[in-house]
Unconditional design. Structure first.
Length: 281
C-alpha cells in the first residue's frame, strides 16, 4: 500500500542524512569484481561488515542510481518489475543472486549498507558480462596468384573470411596457423545486435600460399573447423577438364567430317543405282 512511497522516501531521506563524512573509516568503498555469462546467473556479494547488525541494504546501479533490490527492516521495498523475478537477496551474507543475465546488466553497482548504529557504507562492485562466440565459419575463394614481376609459379592467392556471432565483448579474429606476415587485411565487419548487444564479426583477408595449407580461424576461445586451401591438384584439374572439353570438341568435329565424307561417298553412286539395279531385277 504505502510501502513503495515509504521506501522511496526512506531512500531519499537516509541518502541525505547519511552522506559519507570525510575521515569516517566506515565510508571506505572497496571495489569487488564479478563476472557472469549471458543468460546465466551470478551471485553478487556486497562487502559489508557482517559482524555488525545491518538494518537495510539497497543495491543500486552506480551511474543511474536505479534501485535493483535489497532489504529493509522497517519498510517494504518496491522492486522494479524488471528485477523482481530475476533477483533474490540473501541478507545473511549480503548477496544478491541475479539470473538471466543480459549485456545491459554489465556495469557498476553500489551497495548502500546501513548499520544499526546509524552509519553506512557504500561499497561499489563491478559486473562484467561475457558471451561465447559461435564456432566461426571460414570460407575461402582461391585463384591463381598474379605476379607483378616474373612468371606465375602455380601459387594461389586466397580470399579468406572468418565469421562468428553472438559474442561479447567485441573480439578480434585470429588466424593461428597462417604466417602473420603474409596476411593482408581486406575488411573487418563488426555489427552489434540492437537488442541483445552481442557482436557479429566477419574479417576478410588475402593470403597467398604455394602448398596445401589447413586453415582455421578463432574468435575468443571458439575455433573453426579447418579447411584446406592451395591444393596442388585444383589447378591441374582445371587444365585437365579444359583439355578434355577441347579434345571432345575436336573428336566430334573429326567424327562429323568423317560422317559427312562417308555420306557423300554413298550419295554419289545413288543416281546410277536404278540403272545398275534394273538389269538385275
Ligand atoms: C566490523 O565491526 C566490528 C564491530 O564494530 C569491528 O570491530 C571490526 O573491526 C569491523 N570490521 C571491519 C572489517 O570493518
Ligand atoms: C514475474 O513472474 C510472475 C509469475 O512468476 C509473472 O506473472 C510476471 O509477469 C513476471 N514479471 C516479469 C516482469 O517478468
Ligand atoms: C544465505 O547465505 C548463507 C551464507 O552464505 C547461507 O548459509 C544460506 O543458505 C543462504 N540463504 C539462502 C536462502 O540462500
Ligand atoms: C531472459 O531475458 C531475455 C531478455 O534479456 C528475455 O527475452 C527472456 O525471456 C528471459 N528468459 C527468462 C527465462 O526469463
Ligand atoms: C581488423 O582487425 C584486425 C585485428 O583482428 C586489425 O589488426 C586490423 O588492423 C583491422 N583492420 C581494419 C581495416 O580495421
Ligand atoms: C563475410 O564477408 C565476406 C566478404 O564480404 C562474405 O563473402 C561472407 O559471406 C561473409 N560471411 C558471412 C558468414 O556473412
Ligand atoms: C589437412 O587436413 C587433412 C585432414 O584433416 C589431412 O589429411 C592433411 O594431411 C592436412 N594437410 C596439411 C598440409 O596439414
Amino acid at each position: 500500500m504505502k510501502g513503495p512511497v515509504f521506501s522511496l522516501l526512506a531512500l531519499v531521506i537516509t541518502s541525505v542524512l547519511l552522506t559519507p563524512s570525510p575521515g569516517d573509516g566506515s565510508t571506505v568503498s572497496p571495489v569487488r569484481d564479478f563476472s557472469a555469462v549471458l543468460g546465466q546467473s551470478v551471485t553478487l556479494r556486497c562487502p559489508g561488515n557482517l559482524s555488525v547488525p545491518i538494518i537495510r541494504l539497497y543495491i543500486q546501479r552506480k551511474q543511474t542510481n536505479v534501485f535493483i533490490n535489497g532489504f529493509d527492516d522497517q519498510y517494504l521495498l518496491k522492486v522494479h518489475p524488471e528485477y523482481r523475478n530475476r533477483t533474490k537477496v540473501n541478507r545473511t551474507d549480503l548477496s544478491m543472486k541475479m539470473s538471466n543475465i543480459s549485456i545491459s546488466d554489465e556495469g557498476s553497482y553500489m551497495c548502500v549498507i546501513f548499520y544499526s548504529r546509524t552509519s553506512k557504507e557504500e561499497p561499489v562492485i563491478n559486473l562484467k558480462v561475457t558471451a561465447e562466440y559461435s564456432v566461426p565459419t571460414v570460407k575461402a575463394e582461391c585463384g591463381e596468384r598474379i605476379h607483378s614481376n616474373g612468371p606465375a609459379t602455380g601459387g594461389k592467392s586466397c580470399q579468406l573470411s572468418c565469421s562468428s556471432t553472438g559474442g561479447y565483448p567485441l573480439s578480434v579474429v585470429e588466424w593461428p596457423v597462417l604466417h602473420q606476415s603474409l596476411i593482408r587485411n581486406i575488411e573487418n565487419k563488426s555489427s552489434e545486435d540492437p537488442h541483445y548487444k552481442t557482436w557479429t564479426i566477419n574479417q576478410t583477408i588475402m593470403y597467398s600460399c604455394d602448398k596445401p595449407t589447413n586453415v582455421s580461424c578463432s574468435i575468443g576461445s571458439a575455433v573453426s573447423h579447418p579447411i584446406t586451401i592451395c591444393q596442388e591438384d585444383s589447378f591441374p584439374l582445371r587444365v585437365i577438364a579444359a583439355t578434355a572439353v577441347v579434345m571432345a570438341f575436336v573428336l566430334i568435329l573429326i567424327l562429323g567430317l568423317v560422317l559427312m565424307k562417308c555420306c557423300r561417298r554413298r550419295l554419289r553412286p545413288r543416281p546410277e543405282d536404278p540403272a545398275l539395279e534394273v538389269p538385275l531385277a
